[in-house]
Design a protein around this ligand. Structure first.
Ligand code: RP5
Length: 155
């Protein structure tokens, strides 16, 4: 299964590229799009409602400001949606964090930290690894290496 990565603007690309790098490390395929929930709602509907048919297993949605993108995406598919709040010019990203984490009951968005695109990708890997033993093994190795790096740190 693939991951879908969507972001509200090209201005989100720098933050969201951490998700590309992480998925590349795990050899996970993904499709990536810039689609604004506000500026291109019909395109978002078509992209999100066809996600399952295109073989997507998880969607990562990043947006800043009044960040409706993950919530609206989640409303159009039953695929898990991981939201990445992006820090904009105001409020340090608190506005987008609250837009995602405060989703009303019924349509959840699994929200990571502000600018947490790497963790969003790791969560996507974790979800896909439930049905992919090879990917699960890669995730275990990643965790092991991370632990060893800490254990071997000398200061
Ligand atoms: C949001 O508004 C985008 O996700 C972006 O984080 C923010 C600013 O967008 P631009 O004005 O840079 O296109 O919709």
């Amino acid at each position: 299964m693939k991951v879908g990565i969507v972001m509200g603007s090209t201005s989100d690309l720098e933050v969201m590229s951490a998700a590309f790098r992480t998925l590349d490390e795990f050899g996970v395929e993904y499709e990536k799009r810039v689609i604004s929930a506000h500026r291109a709602p019909k395109l978002l509907f078509d992209w999100a409602s066809g996600a399952k048919e295109r073989g997507l297993g998880v969607i990562i949605a990043g947006a800043g400001g009044a960040a409706h993108l993950p919530g609206v995406t989640a409303a159009m598919t039953t695929i898990p949606v991981v939201g990445v709040p992006i820090s904009g010019k105001a409020f340090g990203g608190l506005d987008s964090l609250l837009s995602m984490v405060q989703m009303p009951s019924g349509i959840p968005v699994a929200t990571v930290a502000v600018n947490g695109a790497k963790n969003a990708a790791l969560l996507a890997v974790s979800i896909l690894s439930l049905n992919d033993a090879t990917l699960a093994e890669k995730l275990s190795e990643f965790r092991q290496k991370q632990t060893e790096a800490i254990e071997n740190t000398q200061i």
